[in-house]
Design a protein around this ligand. Structure first.
Ligand SMILES: *Cc1c(COP(=O)(O)O)cnc(C)c1O
Length: 222
């Protein structure tokens, strides 16, 4: 079913929207099946799990880190990660920069914003992002590149609420683009939309959807 699910979702995505297949908790065989159906972008939220899957699978996969990243786990992903979606503090960005420097890499990152009503979701607000982007410390970071923003909507059936949260993230993107990245073409990504809400995210201007259960089926957490 994985191939059929991928094809169904791809058919609904406009050109220029990247489908990140969120494979957390799923076995390598499921990822291989998606790979064989031409999927190359995969999302994981645990550093060690991602490292093990990276070692087991073909090397042209683009790995997206989408979970809360602890600084002591950064080293497990930096050598190969394509994009870290979940930068939620200046300290984390600084630690990523430091590790990336050791590997002589420039690592692409998104700033994660708190757009949901739940307290539990991680992320910056606009003032915190301004502080980070305007800081002297940020100007010294030569081994990270900020490519856009990421956010998760509230877990709710209220479609209007979800749409408003996506509009909010798009507005944050537009503000940061204008104020800090006007002439920087790499600042172009808006990572929003999951299995249940990605069609709304597409309507609101997403460039990357992170879809798990609609591709791989429901997850079992043990
Ligand atoms: C798990 C997860 C997803 C995918 O969730 P689904 O509802 O299964 O599509 C997307 N983004 C993040 C940050 C996640 O942790």
């Amino acid at each position: 079913m994985i191939k059929e699910n991928l094809e169904k979702i791809r058919a609904t995505l406009p050109d220029g929207v990247t489908l990140v297949a969120v494979s957390k908790t799923k076995p390598v065989s499921d990822l291989q099946e998606a790979y064989d159906a031409d999927q190359r972008d995969f999302g994981e939220n645990h550093a060690l799990e991602m490292r093990d899957k990276h070692e087991a699978l073909p090397k042209d996969i683009r790995w997206h880190f989408i979970g809360h990243l602890q600084t002591n786990k950064i080293k497990y992903i930096i050598p190969y990660v394509t994009l870290i979606h979940s930068i939620d503090s200046a300290n984390l960005l600084e630690a990523v920069n430091k590790e990336a420097k050791k590997h002589d890499r420039v690592v692409d990152c998104l700033l994660q914003f708190h757009i949901a009503q739940e307290e539990t979701k991680f992320g910056l607000d606009l003032d915190e992002a301004r502080q980070l982007l305007g800081s002297e410390a940020f100007k010294q970071m030569e081994n990270v590149r900020i490519c856009g923003v990421m956010g998760m909507a509230t877990f709710t059936d209220d479609r209007v609420e979800i749409r408003n949260e996506f509009k909010h993230l798009k507005a944050i993107f537009d503000t940061l683009k204008h104020d800090y990245f006007a002439n920087q073409s790499q600042f172009k990504e808006i990572s929003m939309g999951m299995s249940d809400d990605y069609p709304i995210a597409v309507e609101e201007g997403t460039t990357m959807v992170r879809v798990g259960s609609k591709i791989f089926g429901a997850r079992n957490y043990n």
